[in-house]
Design a protein around this ligand. Structure first.
Ligand SMILES: NC(=O)c1ccc[n+]([C@@H]2O[C@H](COP(=O)([O-])OP(=O)(O)OC[C@H]3O[C@@H](n4cnc5c(N)ncnc54)[C@H](O)[C@@H]3O)[C@@H](O)[C@H]2O)c1
Length: 336
């Protein structure tokens, strides 16, 4: 049987748009039909690099065209609901970047639209769910490798090289909301438990961050199995790029070192460092893994279309981490 070819449109030709097309352009069952950006030059550059058939500057025209089967929404969160609503109306399947929206109300509307239109497949880009290193660690923790309850220590700070872009993002969503959705999802996924409480503090280390917004935040969470977690996220000109992902339990600990942060043998992949107690045994696991496995993520959407496979994560899980990230964000903003 001939494999079906999906005609894809990307809306938003920025850094995450590139991460999608870098992987997807190698997929045999996908053609890149259209690339769309408000900034025409960006769309033209993408078209040249990824051999797109067509360039657009109007997302609505992109979504309404007959030659598109799947739309990847890679614009800012304030635009996600409007674009996704039109995609569903036009019968296009969707891969939408996180966070799903800017506000809880918009997030709830997205969940409603997804549930009321099961024939249109919508996957939200929680890329860590498709990342082999995170999948391996989830498996280890769920199989009791470090015992329970656990402490989850997570940080991801960016030394911003393109401050204008980050300032734009900060005006839309804080670092805690933008990236926190991934790590709150990790907390729930790894422990198979619910978040029951969040708190946080934050501030502005950059004078041009507007009143009521922040560029550095630290959130904490409690989970229903007794686990606790923190997530630290900052974007700034004076911040150092930093990445910590460590999971500690009564029987041991697991730490993830990304390939790019390895001191040696970077070409081998990510490192999982596993320590067991009381044995005092150290094990290092090498995982060949793409940092952003966007091709695997799109393959999941195609499985949803062809075989009615479930989304990964489910839309309720997407909303749950979004809801707690919004809550932490509000708590931080109240104290600014
Ligand atoms: N999953 C991840 O790991 C990950 C990582 C980074 C960003 N993201 C998400 O991806 C989205 C985009 O972030 P980014 O870092 O790529 O931003 P970016 O600024 O690099 O790119 C966004 C692009 O969208 C374009 N755009 C904005 N509004 C548009 C509209 N209405 N129509 C057409 N084009 C429009 C902009 O001109 C820009 O080129 C955000 O939701 C962000 O949170 C996800």
């Amino acid at each position: 049987m001939l494999e079906k070819k999906y005609r894809l449109a990307l809306i938003g030709c920025g850094s995450m748009g590139a991460a999608h097309l870098d992987d997807i352009c190698e997929m045999e069952n996908v053609t890149i039909e259209c690339v769309c950006d408000l900034k025409e030059e960006r769309a033209r550059n993408f078209a040249a690099k990824y051999h797109a058939v067509r360039v657009e500057t109007d997302w609505k025209r992109t979504v309404c065209s007959d030659d598109v089967d799947i739309v990847i929404i890679c614009t800012y969160p304030s635009t996600h609901l409007e674009i996704l609503r039109e995609c569903i109306k036009q019968g296009k399947h969707v891969l939408c970047e996180k966070p799903i929206a800017q506000t809880l109300k918009e997030g709830e509307e997205i969940v409603r639209l997804v549930k009321e239109n099961p024939h249109i497949k919508v996957l939200v880009g929680y890329i860590l769910r498709h990342n082999k290193t995170y999948m391996r660690v989830a498996d280890m923790i769920q199989n009791g490798a470090i015992g329970k309850p656990i402490v989850m220590r997570m940080a991801q700070n960016h030394h911003t090289m393109d401050w204008e872009k980050y300032l734009h993002l900060i005006c839309e969503t804080s670092p805690i909301l933008d990236c926190g959705v991934h790590y709150i999802d990790v907390m729930r996924w790894f422990t198979k438990s619910e978040v029951t409480e969040v708190s946080g503090i934050g501030l502005r280390t950059e004078k041009d961050v507007p009143d009521g917004k922040f560029n550095y935040g630290l959130m904490t969470a409690k989970l229903s199995d007794g686990s606790i977690a923190y997530y630290e996220a900052g974007w700034g000109n004076t911040m150092s790029a930093d990445n910590l992902k460590e999971f500690v339990g009564p029987k041991g600990r697991i730490r993830i070192t990304y390939q790019m942060s390895r001191r040696e043998n970077q070409e081998e992949g990510d490192l999982i460092e596993y320590y067991t107690y009381p044995e005092g045994h150290y094990e290092t696991i090498n995982v060949l893994c793409k940092r952003k496995p966007t091709g695997d993520q799109l393959a999941t959407l195609i499985e949803m279309i062809e075989n009615n496979a479930p989304a990964n994560p489910l839309i309720d899980d997407v909303y749950e981490s979004f809801k707690w990230a919004v809550k932490a964000d509000e708590i931080i903003k109240e104290k600014l």
